[in-house]
Design a protein around this ligand. Structure first.
Ligand SMILES: Nc1nc2c(ncn2[C@@H]2O[C@H](COP(=O)(O)OP(=O)(O)OP(=O)(O)O)[C@@H](O)[C@H]2O)c(=O)[nH]1
Length: 650
């Protein structure tokens, strides 16, 4: 049976490990392993790519569908349904398609919105797909507002949407939300709040940060911005917005866009009538068959009646009420009524007043006031006049509030911008300071590290050179054969010891030692044996003398000792011990095997009590003289000035 170690198989090519017979069997698990790894890697990459691009894909698809929705809604809805059916495996995409469908069907009743949003919400996880959730909320709240008159609830939802951090990931939803919020605030007459989303919308749409692929898409929303600007009385911004659309549409020959843009300007509440008529004429000049063309013609007709062309009154008054432009219907009835009054046709005027059903419209009361006045009904004329002034004052107050709110908001946003710019500047400065500090710290650390490194290297270098110096000193101070001090080092240290002896008042004596018949040893046993004898002497000296004694090789077979012994007798006794030890070592040596002796001459260098104090050189000369006597008296003796003592060998 063959056993395989799979861990090693993975590291080494199977061919190296296996014989031909079992190679195939081993390749199978290895290949399987590699295959599993490759497949899992590929799937994880695909999953990652899918996760990363899913929002972008959804946004691209939404763009495509909503842009197309402007052309043929029925086809688009069919297309969406098909896509929903095809994407049964992708919940997120399906949810997105349901929301797009709800958005496209916004003007087809609440049920169409609610049904599709409900289906989408079932498929959305708010935590993991916040952008889709926000989109659903925007579409849903718009439906609530237009069909259920739940503007307040819609405002709460839309405000929450605008504050959601994930909104920044979806500029489209952000803009849709702002746009809906504007309408809702307008409906609620929440004038203090209108300006902010409007300016935010304007800022977003003019932002340079909009990615190129979104710019074309958002162009559609320029009309939205212009429309809301008109609603809040920012006629300049509204006209500028519409003019932009007109300028963009002209080279493309999009005459409907041009007509509608002019039409929208003409319909702006805050625009003076004379200007309205001018834009109405421009709209009609571009196209006459649009849903707003009737209203434009009515405006032009109004002008004619105002100019005194009263023959057109009948035509003006004949216009059927147009649901799209209720205000214009009211207005045409008003101007027709005024014209009838000019012609003293009170019945005609009254019929026009009856058509003005909006009891909040100040023009109705202006007309009634004038009719009652002509009838001589001053009581009702007074009441109508009172109501007229009341409503006008209210309208003026609303307009003033709107203007003030717009300026107030502009101011607040400018302040916010200043604060944000200041904070950004501070953050930048802080970052720069942090970077500087970091760089300084880095530099300091580098310097410290370099310092530490240099110190370590220097210390090592100094330590090494100190060691070397010591070694050199030791080499230059020692005799290489015996390891004792050489003559020069001995004399130097002897000088120091003598100075110490003088200071501390201790006695100092010197002995000059010469080995006996050394030449004979050399001659008889060889030079190496002579060296052994010299080393034996050094060894004996080291083991018998005191730590404080100095011993050196003075030259050849001559040694010198400097001792702090009290008297010469004690010194001689030490030399006796030395002789004993020395001769023993020689005797025990296999090469020699016999005792060797030495002769010594000793003398006092310094002795305070005896009044002796001589130079080291003088003392050595004296010791040499005594040594000469020791040699002359038969060797193996130690001699002082007065006597000689025989040394005993082992
Ligand atoms: N092996 C050896 N011999 C040395 C060394 N230095 C000097 N000598 C020898 O020591 C001998 C000294 O001989 P001498 O001065 O005649 O003295 P001696 O033979 O000891 O006779 P006495 O001193 O009169 O007892 C010479 O033969 C030198 O060559 C050394 O380092 N090693």
């Amino acid at each position: 049976m063959m056993l395989f170690d799979l861990s090693s198989l993975r590291l080494l090519p199977p061919s190296i490990l296996l014989t031909k017979s079992c190679r195939f069997a081993a390749i199978v698990p290895v290949l399987t392993l590699w295959l599993v790894m490759a497949v899992s890697l590929a799937t994880s990459f695909t999953a990652l790519a899918k996760e990363t691009f899913s929002l972008a894909n959804i946004q691209a698809e939404r763009r495509e569908l909503e842009m197309a929705s402007a052309t043929d809604k029925v086809d688009v809805i069919q297309d969406i349904d098909q896509r929903i059916a095809d994407s049964h495996n992708d919940q997120v995409r399906r949810a997105s398609l349901y929301i797009v469908k709800a958005n496209i069907l916004q003007h087809h009743g609440l049920k169409a919105i609610e049904d599709n949003i409900a289906k989408a919400l079932l498929l959305i996880d708010e935590q993991t797909q916040p952008e889709l959730y926000l989109y659903a909320m925007v579409v849903k709240s718009y439906g609530m507002y237009i069909y259920q008159n739940q503007a307040e609830q819609a405002a709460i939802v839309l405000e929450k949407v605008q504050q959601h951090p994930a909104l920044k990931n979806d500029l489209y939803v952000q803009v849709q939300g702002l746009s809906s919020l504007l309408e809702v605030y307008y409906k609620l007459k929440d004038f203090n709040k209108i300006a902010k989303p409007l300016f935010q919308l304007a800022r977003t749409l003019t932002s340079k940060e909009i990615a190129p692929e979104y710019q074309g898409f958002f162009k559609e929303l320029d009309a939205e911005l212009a429309y809301h600007s008109g609603l809040i009385g920012d006629t300049n911004q509204a006209i500028a917005g519409y003019r932009k659309i007109i300028t963009d549409s002209k080279p493309k020959g999009q005459i409907e866009n041009i007509a509608v843009a002019n039409c929208n300007i003409a319909n702006m509440y805050f625009l003076p009538l004379a200007e309205k008529i001018q834009y109405a004429k421009a709209s009609l000049a571009a196209a006459r068959n649009l849903s707003c063309s009737d209203a434009m013609e009515k405006l032009v007709l109004l002008d004619e009646v105002q100019q005194g062309n009263l023959s057109n009154i009948a035509r003006l008054s004949q216009f059927h009420s147009n649901q799209q432009m209720p205000s214009l219907n009211q207005r045409s009835a008003y101007y027709a009524g005024l014209a009838y009054l000019k012609l003293n046709d009170l019945a005609g005027a009254q019929s026009m007043a009856n058509r003005m059903t909006d009891t909040e419209n100040w023009e109705r009361y202006d007309l009634l006031q004038k009719i009652y006045e002509k009838q001589g009904n001053y009581r009702d004329a007074f009441t109508a006049s009172q109501r007229y002034h009341q409503l006008r004052a209210q309208k003026d107050a609303d307009a003033r509030a709107l203007m003030l709110s717009s300026y107030q908001t502009r101011l607040e946003m400018a302040q916010e911008d200043t604060i944000a710019a200041e904070q950004a500047k501070q953050a930048e400065q802080l970052q720069a300071a942090e970077q500087k500090a970091e760089a300084r710290l880095q530099l300091m650390l580098t310097v410290i590290a370099a310092g530490v490194g240099i110190t370590v290297v220097l210390t090592l270098y100094l330590y090494r050179s100190r060691q070397l110096q010591r070694k050199l000193q030791q080499l230059s101070d020692t005799d290489p054969l015996t390891g004792l001090l050489n003559r020069r080092a001995f004399l130097r240290q002897a000088e120091h010891l003598k100075q110490l002896a003088e200071r501390q008042q201790f006695p100092l004596s010197v002995a000059l030692i010469d080995l006996d018949f050394f030449k004979q040893i050399n001659d008889q046993y060889g030079h190496q044996a002579g060296d052994t004898v010299l080393c034996a002497f050094a060894k004996a000296a080291n083991s018998t003398l005191r730590q404080t004694d100095l011993c050196g090789r003075f030259g050849g077979e001559e040694f010198i000792l400097l001792t702090t012994q009290q008297d010469t007798a004690a010194f001689a006794a030490s030399l006796q011990r030395l002789q004993q030890c020395f001769s023993e070592l020689c005797l025990q040596d296999k090469q020699l095997g016999y005792a060797v002796s030495f002769s010594a001459g000793i003398t006092t260098v310094f002795e305070q009590n005896a009044g002796i104090n001589q130079q080291i050189e003088d003392a050595i000369r004296q010791a040499d003289e005594h040594l000469y006597r020791a040699k002359a008296s038969g060797r193996q003796q130690v001699c002082t000035e007065d006597l000689c003592l025989q040394l005993v060998s082992a």
